[in-house]
Design a binder for this molecule. Sequence first.
Ligand SMILES: Nc1ncnc2c1ncn2[C@@H]1O[C@H](COP(=O)(O)OP(=O)(O)O)[C@@H](O)[C@H]1O
Ligand SMILES: CC(C)(COP(=O)(O)O)[C@@H](O)C(=O)NCCC(=O)O
Ligand SMILES: [K+]
Length: 242
Amino acid sequence: MLWLDLGNTRLKYWLTDDIGQIVAHDAKQHLQAPAELLMGLTDRFERYAPDFIGISSVLGDNLNAKVSETLSRLNIPFEFVHVDAAHALMKSAYSDQQLGCDRWLQMLGAVDKKKRQCVIGCGTAVTIDLIDHAEHLGGYIFPSIYLQRESLFSGTKQITISNGTFDSVNQGLTTQDAVHRGILLSIVGAINEISHRHPNFELIMTGGDAAIISQHVNRPVRLRDDLLLNGLARYFDYRNKS
Ligand SMILES: Nc1ncnc2c1ncn2[C@@H]1O[C@H](COP(=O)(O)OP(=O)(O)O)[C@@H](O)[C@H]1O
Ligand SMILES: CC(C)(COP(=O)(O)O)[C@@H](O)C(=O)NCCC(=O)O
Ligand SMILES: [K+]
């Protein structure tokens, strides 16, 4: 099987074998042109010769249509995931017309009906969702550290483009440090507050910036880079059985 995750910044793909082991994997920035990027990958995908392609996309109907057009040339069946708030593996009160597909799949990939879980996705947006024994209680959406930095660069005169690193939440003594540490604290502080309000929820983090952020969280965090893939596999596996 081939699995695709079209996020707002990167296209990720995984090729898995009959027992679900990852045989090939990559992540590439798509610069808002995922269909063009896929075009460059078609030779590779043809060689992989998967019998099915399962897709998670948060890119909207127009880009999804272009992606479909590109994938049609492969002559391999493919399908986009549709969020189902009444799914047997996890119920949600969130509007399933609105809930992001990647957010939902990450939860589906993590959900355990014996646990209380807080699933944190650290991509272009940071999402924090609470799940109580397989019931999604809702969540929060924040701009990522990079989006926050861009908004400061573009919305102020004296904060100019710089390439500092997000490595501390202590107060800064230069503009560059104050910006990077302030932004990191806004996300780390929110996670610590939410974990304080929900002390018995297991913290699970995934996505491109999970490692940077998790270091400053004051409770143990489970880092899992397989959540979305696991959610895709569970979704299609469940559908094929029912
Ligand atoms: N302006 C930027 N500069 C450097 N890296 C960035 C920038 N914007 C995004 N990234 C990186 O892109 C990655 C996006 O993570 P990912 O989980 O793939 O998100 P998405 O699913 O939204 O595409 C992160 O690792 C982040 O560090
Ligand atoms: C919240 C998101 C932007 C996260 O996307 P990502 O950072 O993975 O690119 C995406 O899941 C989305 O567009 N969601 C729709 C809004 C919602 O979940 O309510
Ligand atoms: K994502």
